[in-house]
Design a protein. Structure first.
Lengths: 199, 153
């Protein structure tokens, strides 16, 4: 059993995300009610789950922690339904993403975090600027929740529009439109490119 | 930065991130309040009933119900006199068949009975186009059921 010992709040290497190969015994033990085994699964997978949820929650740490916690509780409840058709980590990740998407739906248009086209200066076809990671994350966090969810799932998590549409209950075309809108909003938030930066 | 680099930068955001505080204590406390997984779980190594089985059962039940309805309508249309000898026959093209799945077997028996009743009715009214259509429909439903059973393995 591999247990990742990384300080809370720290970023993990991408390799640590692919940790599903050695958790089979713990999954079976957890399905039989072994909470220690489930704790090991938590330690193993919390980075991937929390990372995705954190991005979907617009980089809101408190909300992301609540969602991560809820995801693991639901995973425990739903473990009997896990059929080993996919890796446990993948199953858990999808469950957490669904939970985050449900949270977005439940909150609807949140006026605090909502940022819409009319609140931004129209800069036309502004090229992307070279944003630092933190700047980029802040900008993504300012996007409207649904547009942000589509951008996070497509451009960051690598989902296809068909998957996004299915999970979010929208047509594939709507997902594409939301992505286009999200990218346009990001362009506006990040501002014009610095001189010499290619468009 | 061109768009390719931009997308690469976005993709680089996809990194695992552990929460700032250890959530396990809260999760563990919550797990004590929810039903443990084992109380609703059987041996995970055993195959579970798949949702497709439930759909197949529904299909079989709906086919049987519609066949019974059709057969009942056919008999009522003809008003057969009481005391007629019961003719039991099966079409050579559609021999009696019983699937191994007990849930489908019930539907197969009902459909077969409906088909035989329609055949009896047709012997009394061989010119009835409606009965012929009903019989053809019932046999199609039997074929669908057989196909479902075959695809289920």
């Amino acid at each position: 059993m591999i247990v990742a010992h990384i300080n809370p709040g720290s970023r993990m290497s991408p390799v640590a995300a692919n940790t599903g190969a050695n958790d089979t015994d713990d999954v079976r033990a957890a399905m039989a009610g072994d909470r220690r085994a489930f704790e090991r699964l938590y330690r193993l997978h919390v980075g991937r789950v929390h990372g995705a949820v954190y991005r979907l929650a617009g980089y809101d740490r408190a909300r992301a922690e609540d969602l991560t916690q809820e995801a693991f509780i639901r995973a425990w409840q739903k473990l009997p339904g896990f059929r080993h058709e996919s890796a446990f980590g993948t199953w858990l990740y999808r469950l957490a993403v669904n939970l985050a998407l449900m949270d977005i739906r439940a909150r609807g248009a949140d006026p605090v975090s909502m940022l819409d086209d009319e609140h931004l200066p129209d800069t036309g076809q502004t090229p992307f600027c070279a944003a630092e990671r933190e700047e980029l994350e802040r900008a993504i966090g300012r996007l409207p929740p649904r547009a942000r969810a589509v951008l996070v799932l497509h451009d960051i998590e690598g989902w296809r529009h068909e998957q996004i549409g299915s999970e979010m209950g929208m047509a594939t075309g709507t997902s594409k439109a939301q992505l286009h809108r999200a990218r346009g909003l990001l362009r506006k938030i990040l501002g014009p490119a610095a001189p010499g930066v290619p468009a | 930065m061109n768009e390719f680099e931009w997308r690469r930068q976005l993709r680089n955001l996809r990194q695992p991130l552990r929460p700032q505080r250890d959530l396990w204590t809260s999760i563990d406390a919550a797990l004590a309040d929810v039903a443990p997984a084992s109380t609703r779980s059987s041996d995970p190594s055993l195959p579970r009933r798949r949702p497709e089985h439930w759909r197949r059962w529904l299909l079989g039940a709906s086919l049987a119900a519609s066949a019974l309805l059709v057969a009942g309508m056919g008999r009522r249309l003809l008003h057969p006199p009481a005391g007629l000898p019961v003719i039991v026959s099966t079409s050579p093209a559609m021999p009696a068949w019983k699937p191994t799945d007990p849930r489908l077997a019930g539907a197969a028996i009902e459909l077969d009975a409906a088909r035989m009743e329609l055949q009896q009715a047709i012997r009394q009214a061989p010119d009835s186009a409606a009965l012929q259509r009903l019989l053809a429909r019932t046999e199609r439903q039997q074929a669908q059921l057989r196909q479902s059973a075959n695809s289920a393995g």
